[in-house]
Ligand binder design. Structure first.
Ligand SMILES: *Cc1c(COP(=O)(O)O)cnc(C)c1O
Length: 398
């Protein structure tokens, strides 16, 4: 029988993003349905007993079995090339569930220093309280990663490229180090998505997503996901099932529809970001641009090899510190002043006083977050309008 949703292993990513994971119901719907139901019913007491006992597959309760959530999970798993995906209520819940699932008191994490701020708080404050210690290293320095590993290290955790300086780590080399030392490698793939980087194919064991960003792509909902092998994902599933940080069916549906245009959007985001980086680099008020698509970026060659695009989050610096940076931000009329990223709307922020504001001065310096640094998440508005919006403040500085 004709089944246009039956997964074909040879399909390209663009096709999987549109077709994978939808198992059409008896209603023959063309679009993916939403199942807003907390529980599911059974034809008999015996069937209920078999499903609860795990003898028969089927839906039980939407904390851990919901068809709309499963569609998103299967679609994202196919894009990342993973055996299984577990969706979560947020990106933070994805990281929390992964660590709770796979680590115990006494275990250690080695992580890149330039992580998302809440990830650092989660590791230090909350995992610290549970007896899980995290050591931080320079993202791109493989020798430092190796040196920080101890016999208790169970997980290496990296965000690549980093935010907002776009540093990159060699994922294949880091996976080799992790496996030789008996640890797992998790990559937070939020900034590139599977359209531009597939960490599992480079040897990583787990991919973490804040679906809130590019997977949705339009700034509508909060959610997350973990992708990897059956073995580890069964443990992550157990945490979500028992502890409850599950994704709502409606949010899962939004992400499922977001994935359909992911490749197109990511390509367009990259094009705008590349043009903006090149223009900023030539602007007399700009002292430095941090974007791996520029030949002068320290990991330009590695990013070109490892990634299918350079991403669309960039940092740039102006002289004159906070006052100058704020004046550029305040001179914009279109860009949104917000910490969110990965949206079709371009956003602008001053990391030192917002996303990285909780860091001490020493931590900021180590992370390269100066007072003159501005971050832009380049959206899909016309490039000329984005440029004009930044030119107003930058021209005033010269
Ligand atoms: C936003 C973000 C997170 C956290 O995701 P939420 O969906 O906000 O919980 C984790 N990692 C990175 C890189 C992020 O940008």
């Amino acid at each position: 029988m004709h089944d246009d949703t039956n997964l074909d292993a040879d399909w390209a990513l663009e096709t999987l993003a549109i077709r994978a994971g939808h198992h059409r119901t008896h209603e023959q719907e063309h679009g993916e349905p939403i199942f807003p139901t907390s529980s599911f019913v059974y034809g008999s007491a015996a069937e209920a007993a078999r499903k609860f006992g795990g003898e028969e597959p089927g839906n039980i309760y939407s904390r851990f079995t919901n068809p709309t959530v499963r569609t998103f999970e299967q679609r994202l798993a196919s894009l990342e090339g993973g055996e299984r995906c577990v969706a979560t209520s947020s990106g933070m819940a994805a990281i929390l569930s992964t660590v709770i699932a796979l680590l115990s008191a006494g275990d250690e994490i080695v992580a890149s220093r330039s992580l998302f701020g809440s990830t650092v708080s989660l590791f230090d404050k909350y995992f610290g309280k549970l007896g899980i210690v995290t050591h931080y290293v320079e993202l791109s320095d493989l020798t430092a990663w190796e040196a920080a590993i101890t016999p208790r290290t169970r997980l290496l955790f990296a965000e690549t490229p980093s935010n907002p300086l776009a540093e990159v780590v060699d994922i294949a080399a880091l996976a080799e180090i992790a496996h030789r030392r008996g640890a797992l490698l998790a990559i937070d793939n939020c900034f590139l998505t599977p359209a531009l980087q597939r960490p599992l194919s480079l040897g990583a064991d787990l991919v973490i997503h804040s679906a809130t960003k590019y997977l949705d792509g339009q700034g509508r909902t909060v959610g997350g996901a973990v992708v990897g092998r059956h073995q580890e994902l069964e443990e992550v599933f157990g945490v979500v099932r028992t502890c409850g940080p599950c994704l709502s069916p409606f949010n899962a549906w939004v992400f499922t529809k977001g994935l359909e245009t992911l490749s197109l959007r990511m390509r367009a985001h990259c094009d705008n970001a590349q043009m903006l980086a090149e223009w900023l680099q030539e602007h007399p008020a700009v002292t430095q641009v941090h974007y791996s698509g520029l030949p002068g970026h320290p990991q330009h060659a590695l990013a070109g090899r490892q990634q299918l695009g350079f991403g669309a989050v960039l940092g740039f610096e102006v002289s004159g510190g906070r006052e100058a940076a704020w004046s550029v931000i305040d001179a914009t009329r279109m860009l949104s002043i917000t910490g969110n990223l990965g949206d079709v709307k371009s956003t602008i922020t001053h990391p030192a006083t917002t996303t990285h504001g909780r860091l001490s001065d020493a931590q900021k310096e180590a992370a390269g977050i100066g007072e003159g640094l501005i971050r832009v998440s380049v959206g899909l508005e016309a490039f000329g309008d984005i440029r004009a919006d930044l030119a107003r403040g930058l021209d005033a500085l010269t």
